[in-house]
Design a protein around this ligand. Sequence first.
Ligand code: GLU
Length: 280
Amino acid sequence: MITRFAPSPTGPLHLGHAYSALLAHDMARAAGGTFLLRMDDIDRVRSKPEFEQQAIDDLRWLGLDWPEPILRQSRSEPRFRAALDRLSDMGLTYPCSCSRRDIETAAGAPQEGAPTHGPDGRIYPGTCRHRPMQDRRPDDAIRLNMARALEAAQPLPAFTETGPAHAGTHRLDADDMIQTVGDVVVARKGGGIAYHLSVVVDDHGQNITDVVRGLDLFDATRIHTLLFHLLGYPIPRFHHHRLIRDENGKRLAKRDDARAIAKYRAEGATPDDIRRMVGL
Ligand code: GLU
């Protein structure tokens, strides 16, 4: 078993991160496997070296260890390009120049009961879907043509979930993917790789067998399963864990500095206190 904890170094780690990291670490250790730390620093603007160092210090303090060197996604650029080219060569991508506002306007008033948002935000209305890749301008994003991707992926794959909330096998459903996910972004305006493709490429590159992360990402797992399959990568198992919430039942956010691990440390908490606080 190989698990990973893959924070984006865009803020301090809080109790939710501690839970995710401890769980991934404990699962690997219980199975005699390996726990990896990865820095998901593809957001060049918001990722900061000081957040990365703080995260490493916090995780070490919690008692976690991992093989060095850690992988930084910012170093994976050539592998991301290769994966993107592969999807493009299969005819599954197109360039998109739509702004958020363009998308809102084109999407118009939704049919009653039809979903408007999926795991990638606003479901894309398809304005640029006819554009060929050769037409790509530097500030275009690149989207996956979901209908074509699903055709190319037949027979559709399934993923295995080992987390408590959705344990079992989940086979992708084409109609559902078209209606509730749509044409997701695989490269952002300006050329940077987008989240869904970057995690798939690096989880494969690191031979992750069990992706352990919060339930907030469960819906995105359908997209990742499709990408793993299209790229010819084996599909890992997934374990989506409960989310740590504040006293009002609200999920902790990155900017929730009040529950930063660093703050509890400064106040004299021990790693065992943190384990207890997150219910481990
Ligand atoms: N880097 C992502 C985040 O911090 C998590 C990636 C993943 O677990 O798939 O939200």
